[in-house]
Ligand binder design. Structure first.
Ligand code: ZN
Length: 150
């Protein structure tokens, strides 16, 4: 990755951590899941509102470092409007990008805005920060809806 890209990606990550998207609560959400990264002290709650199989709305809240916040912010914008299956595919792709790195069969340029996360692969100490929101999303996708809601 050349330096211009690296700077651009860092700027984008900082921007998302300073102004996280979908940083709020969804009252009466279909599913709420919690994520914890004890290594860094990141804690989050994720609310998802499903319309059938589609993620109609998604929001997160909690405390965390810049990377966990930025990654969760990017995650919510990427999966809103997608089906559960599409979101799970995206989880797999991002997880591979973050844990296996450039040798992987995942091309960051195919992932739109999420490409900015690709540089984090070089910081193994921060991988749990970067993946926290995504694991919390996977939990939500695999949770049965709460009683009386869809
Ligand atoms: Zn963190």
């Amino acid at each position: 990755m050349n330096n211009d890209f690296r700077d651009l990606y860092q700027e984008e990550i900082l921007e998302h951590s300073n102004h996280p998207r979908n940083f709020r609560t969804i009252e009466g959400a279909s599913v709420s899941t919690e994520g914890l990264n004890a290594l860094c002290g990141d804690q989050m709650t994720l609310d998802v509102q499903f319309d059938g199989d589609v993620i109609q709305d998604i929001a997160f809240r909690g405390i965390g470092c810049a990377i966990s916040k930025a990654s969760s912010s990017l995650m919510t914008t990427a999966v809103k409007g997608k089906t559960k299956a599409e979101a799970l595919t995206l989880f797999e792709q991002v997880h591979t990008m973050l844990t296996v790195g450039p040798s992987a069969d995942v091309h960051p340029e195919d992932l739109g805005k999420l490409a900015v996360l690709s540089g984090l692969w070089e910081y193994p100490m921060r991988i749990k920060c970067a993946t926290l929101g995504w694991y919390t999303l996977r939990d939500a996708l695999e949770s049965p809806p709460q009683e009386g809601k869809r």
